[in-house]
Structures are given as structure tokens and as C-alpha cells.
Design a protein around this ligand. Structure first.
Ligand code: GCB
Length: 598
């Protein structure tokens, strides 16, 4: 009896967690390649700090909220909102940078859009969101479609049979309130931009569409392309894979469950920063053609080396937030990606750390095109609630979405689990669990986490975090010369680890206000920042197991934690570029270093 009670309890728990957090990921792989219409542009909005459009006056979820988008039918009828008469916001885009009154707003904004659609009988329809920060509830024609938690990952809902020819009505409740049990939690060092921050589409597919696919090389083998494809439903007999440049034209039959994996003998030109070769790839179903551009590379470690295509590489990187400083807003789309990543190229990078959450897909596609290796991470940051199993589910959901969306991006070499997490039993178990989950989703990339120096022995920094055992690459953030010690202390510092693994310094840096000059030991001058870089680079050069770095950070970024009047004014000033995109002295120090670094 005891075990029956236990099982029932467990089933109850699983049931309890599932409906809220399991998210529909059917269509997040290659949304660009799908037949779709854009729902970007103006959306009408209602700013609703009291969530009046959601709860009734007894604080119960109302069945007659703003999502009904109701209109009075008589002169006498009382309806206390009107989307049409209120303000609008541009989608994609954060709300903070679009309306002054929303600059520091944390709460609910309702978005509404109407559209017509010529419904086709044999097609399925999906409503796709690139990302909304942080918690979204989506309604179509007055009915709830579903909910999504997480500010930086795509999600979609099937709307087949729910769309009419005329006057469809989508309403989205977006709430960016920080939550203690969120991922991230309430405390971060970046700006809490709210809104529908990425693209919205209505995507049309055939009944049994190509849902996921993955083309890759296996570690150490450059002569075979591994292919796995998953149809949304049952088997098909006449699927085709074509990579014209490699003379690949393959007829494919899937298994009964619609899945298939196979290997093709082929020797593609390998993708690398020096030659970011991409191939046009076509997957052809009876009714759909899905196009992608895919590069082939291998990434592995051997002892303390990172091997790209079998050869040792040093990761010359920079950390980047998904923010355009001059616009004081979230980055999204090709043009923004080009701007941010061209800066990284100009600096001499072959690698970028996309911090601290999954960036929009255009960044990864642009990194593929420009030849930048990528570290991609989820916001398991600082003090999220490691002991809460629900939080683990949320982190795994974000990992799953990030990996599913970007599985075919050659640029990605590292999935990072976490950033600066305080060591404890709960935290260790949490991140171990993320590691094994990630390996089950993708075994072709390396795992890392931005750890911290475990302890100090005289003048030696030691890295022996238990998580090292589960990672391929040890990431380490350190701020010698800024949060501790003097810049020159770096000259006598040595480093050690108990692991025979490569280390990357995932962060180091110092703050400087552009145009503020002075002595090299005066805080926030460009000279101070430059001096930190000069001394750090000398120290890093002497670490025998160092295989890369991503200094903090490309550009100044907004952060309410940064209060110092006249210097910070709400900005983290550790950028090598100012909030106007202007180059500080340390930019040139790092650039010169990367020019000669092998
Ligand atoms: C860190 C964090 C990063 C902060 C940075 C800083 O270690 O990972 O998110 O912005 O330090 O500037 O303090």
C-alpha cells in the first residue's frame, strides 16, 4: 500500500508540474525556413499593473477579462477598456525603450492584434513567438491557448481550426515582474526589458510536417554526415534530402514513428572562423520544402586542449549582452546581429560568449556566416532557487528550447549551464542534472559553466569546483584588479586546477566612463580599465591550461544595480565600447593582443 501511495503522490507531483511548464516546441527549429506570415508591427496595448484584465474583484481569474477584447453592443453596456482607443507598441521590441512611462515598469502589459487569414483545408497553423519577457498567457478569439514562462526562448501553439477568415483577435498578457522562483531570479546585473521582444509569426505546415532535423559530423570523423529527422506524425516514404554542392540527393523513408537517422559518406569543407563555409540544405516533403544553411565542424577536447576540426584552438572572445546600447533596448534581427558581431570581428575575435540567456536566432545565424564560435547559455544565474524542483524544470525547458532551436548552427561550440553559482549540495545536483540532460539532447558540443575561483592558496588561484568533473571546459569569472586587489596583483598570481581540462576565463574586466581620463589608478578612468587589461593579459598568458577568454564586455549595458551618479547613471560601464558605441582605450589593448595571439 505504501508504495501505491508513493506512486500516486509522484504522479500527482509530475501532473502538478507538467501543465504549467511543459511548453510546445513543435515548431521552433528553423522558423525562418517555414511558410509563414508575420504578425510583427503595431499591437494595441493596455498597461495593467493591477492585473485588472485578468482577475476579478475577488482576485479570481476572470472569464471575462481583457482577452475577450469586448466591444459594447449597446450604448448602455459597460466595458471599461478599449484596445482600439489606447496606445500601441512595436513588435518585436521591448516596451521600456518605446515609451518613457514604461522605462522602469515591471508588471503586465496586454497586447492585442487583429488579422484576417485565408484558411486552407489541408494545412495546419501555428502561432509562434520568438520570445516574450517573462511570463506570457496567449489567447485567440477570446479563448486561452496556453502559457509560457521564460524570457528568451521561443514557443508556439497550434491554432489549426481556431482561426477564421476575418477579424481574428490575438491577445497576449506579458508580465515581466521578477520572480524569486524564476530563471533568472529577482537579482541580476542586467535590465529587465519587458514585452514581446522577438518576432511573432503565423506558420503554416502540412499535416505531417518536418518538425526537427539535425545534420552534423561526429567527433573525430570528417568523412560522414549524420542526419536525423523527425516528422511530426507517422512515417513517410518519400522524403528527400538534398545538398546540391555536395551532390547529395537522398530519398528517405522514415520509421513508423516518423523518425529516421542515417549516415551519408561525404567530405564537406569544414566550417571554421577562417572559412565559415555553409551549405544550402533542402528537406523536401510531399508538400513542403524546408531550406537551411548548415556548416559542418567538430569540436572536442583532448586533455587541456580544445580541438576544432581536430586542431587546437585558442578562443579569442568577448562577452556580449543582447542589447544595442545606442538604442537603450533589446537587440533583435539581422541588422542588430550584424552590428554586434561585426564589432566582435573588428576586435579580432574568433569567439563570442552570448551572455546571460539564449540570444535571438539571428545572432546565431550571423555567427555562422561571419565565422565566430559561440558560447550559448541559459540564465541559471547567481541565486536562483536550486532546491526547488520546479525551478529545475524551468531551467531544463529553457535548455531544451535553446538547443532545439539552434541545433544546426555550426558556430555553437559550447552550451553553458550556469553563471557564478554559489556552491552547495542543491546547486551541485541542479547543475549536474542540467549537464546530463544537455548531453541527452546534444552530444556534439562541449559543456561549460562560468564558475568562480574555488579558493586561494597564497598567490595561487585554485579551481576545483566539483562540477568540473561534469563539464568539458572549465569556465571561470574573475575580477582581479576590480572587485579585489590591484590590477598589478595579476603579475604575481598563478593558477592551478585539479582537472586535466581546458579553462576559459569567461569574464574579467573593469569599469570606465568613455572620455573620462586620469591616472591609471583612478577608478572609472579609461586608463584604469586599460591597465586592468594590460595586467590581466600578462597573467593569462602564463596559465598553462588556458584555452580562451571572453572579457566582460563588448559594450556598456543598462543595469539598475549601477547607481553611481555622473559615472554609471544606470549603466554597467565595463564595456570596451561606450553607450554610444565609441571605443575606449582598453578596446585597442585587447585588439592588439588578439592580433598577435596564436
Ligand atoms: C559578473 C556577472 C556579470 C556582471 C559582472 C559585473 O561576474 O557574471 O553578469 O555584469 O560580473 O560587471 O559585475
Amino acid at each position: 500500500l505504501n508504495s501505491i501511495i508513493k506512486t500516486v503522490f509522484l504522479l500527482f507531483l509530475v501532473g502538478l508540474f507538467k501543465p504549467v511548464f511543459s511548453q510546445d516546441l513543435t515548431l521552433v527549429n528553423n522558423i525562418d525556413g517555414r511558410y509563414k506570415i508575420s504578425l510583427n508591427g503595431h499591437w494595441q496595448i493596455l498597461i495593467d499593473p493591477y492585473e485588472n484584465g485578468f482577475y476579478d474583484y475577488r482576485l479570481k481569474e476572470s472569464d471575462n477579462g481583457y482577452f475577450k477584447n469586448a466591444k459594447p453592443k449597446t450604448k448602455q453596456e459597460l466595458i471599461e477598456y478599449d484596445f482600439v482607443k489606447s496606445d500601441y507598441l512595436n513588435v518585436p521590441g521591448d516596451w521600456n525603450s518605446q515609451r518613457e512611462k514604461l522605462e522602469l515598469y515591471e508588471g503586465t502589459v496586454w497586447y492585442q492584434k487583429s488579422f484576417d487569414y485565408s484558411v486552407k483545408k489541408d494545412k495546419r497553423l501555428f502561432l509562434y513567438f520568438g520570445a516574450c519577457n517573462y511570463y506570457s498567457i496567449v489567447y485567440i478569439n477570446g479563448k486561452k491557448l496556453g502559457e509560457h514562462e521564460g524570457g528568451f526562448t521561443p514557443f508556439c501553439f497550434e491554432v489549426t481550426g481556431k482561426v477564421n477568415e476575418k477579424e481574428n483577435n490575438i491577445v497576449v498578457k506579458v508580465d515581466n515582474k521578477r520572480r524569486a522562483d524564476g530563471v533568472p531570479t529577482v537579482n541580476t546585473d542586467w535590465y529587465n526589458y519587458g514585452g514581446i521582444t522577438r518576432d511573432v509569426y503565423l506558420a503554416e505546415t502540412s499535416e505531417n510536417f518536418i518538425q526537427d532535423y539535425k545534420l552534423n559530423l561526429e567527433k573525430g570523423d570528417f568523412k560522414a554526415i549524420h542526419v536525423s529527422i523527425k516528422l511530426n506524425k507517422e512515417e513517410v516514404k518519400n522524403l528527400k534530402l538534398s545538398i546540391p554542392e555536395l551532390k547529395i540527393n537522398q530519398q528517405i523513408e522514415t520509421k513508423k514513428n516518423g523518425e529516421v537517422s542515417f549516415t551519408i559518406e561525404s567530405k564537406p569543407i569544414l566550417w571554421s572562423p577562417e572559412n565559415p563555409k555553409l551549405y544550402d540544405v533542402y528537406l523536401i516533403n510531399e508538400t513542403d520544402t524546408l531550406k537551411d544553411r548548415i556548416g559542418f565542424k567538430t569540436i572536442e577536447t583532448k586533455g587541456q586542449d580544445i580541438l576544432l576540426n581536430g586542431k587546437s584552438v585558442f578562443l579569442k572572445g568577448i562577452s556580449i549582452h543582447e542589447e544595442i546600447p545606442q538604442r537603450e533596448g533589446r537587440a533583435n534581427g539581422i541588422e542588430d546581429a550584424k552590428l554586434l558581431l561585426s564589432w566582435a570581428k573588428e576586435l579580432g575575435c574568433n569567439y563570442v560568449r552570448l551572455a546571460h540567456y539564449p540570444h535571438n536566432e539571428a545572432m546565431l545565424r550571423m555567427a555562422d556566416e561571419l565565422g565566430l564560435m559561440v558560447w550559448s547559455e541559459i540564465p541559471v544565474y547567481w541565486t536562483i532557487h536550486y532546491g526547488d524542483p520546479k525551478v529545475l524544470v524551468k531551467a531544463k525547458d529553457q535548455l531544451n528550447a535553446m538547443i532545439t532551436q539552434n541545433i544546426n548552427r555550426a558556430s555553437i561550440i559550447i552550451w553553458s549551464m550556469a553563471n557564478e553559482t554559489p556552491v552547495s549540495e542543491d546547486r551541485n545536483n541542479f547543475i549536474k542534472s542540467l549537464c546530463s540532460y544537455t548531453r541527452s539532447l546534444d552530444n556534439t558540443r562541449l559543456l561549460s559553466a562560468a564558475l568562480e575561483i574555488s579558493h586561494k592558496d597564497n598567490n595561487t588561484n585554485i579551481l576545483d569546483d566539483v562540477l568540473g568533473e561534469y563539464l568539458d571546459v572549465l569556465g571561470c569569472n574573475e575580477y582581479l584588479g576590480w572587485y579585489e586587489g590591484k590590477p598589478e596583483d595579476a603579475l604575481t598570481k598563478s593558477w592551478n586546477t585539479i582537472y586535466n581540462k581546458p579553462m576559459v576565463i569567461s569574464e574579467f574586466g573593469a569599469g570606465a566612463l568613455y572620455g573620462f581620463h586620469g591616472d591609471k589608478d583612478e577608478r572609472f578612468t579609461e586608463e584604469y580599465q586599460e591597465n586592468v587589461y594590460i595586467n590581466q593579459l600578462k597573467m593569462l598568458d602564463k596559465i598553462p591550461f588556458l584555452r580562451g577568454m571572453s572579457p566582460w564586455i563588448l559594450a556598456d549595458f543598462k543595469s539598475p544595480r549601477r547607481q553611481l551618479h555622473g559615472i554609471q547613471d544606470g549603466w554597467n560601464r565595463k564595456g570596451l565600447l561606450s553607450d554610444k558605441g565609441l571605443k575606449k582605450k582598453a578596446w585597442f589593448t585587447l585588439k592588439k593582443y588578439y592580433q598577435i595571439k596564436k
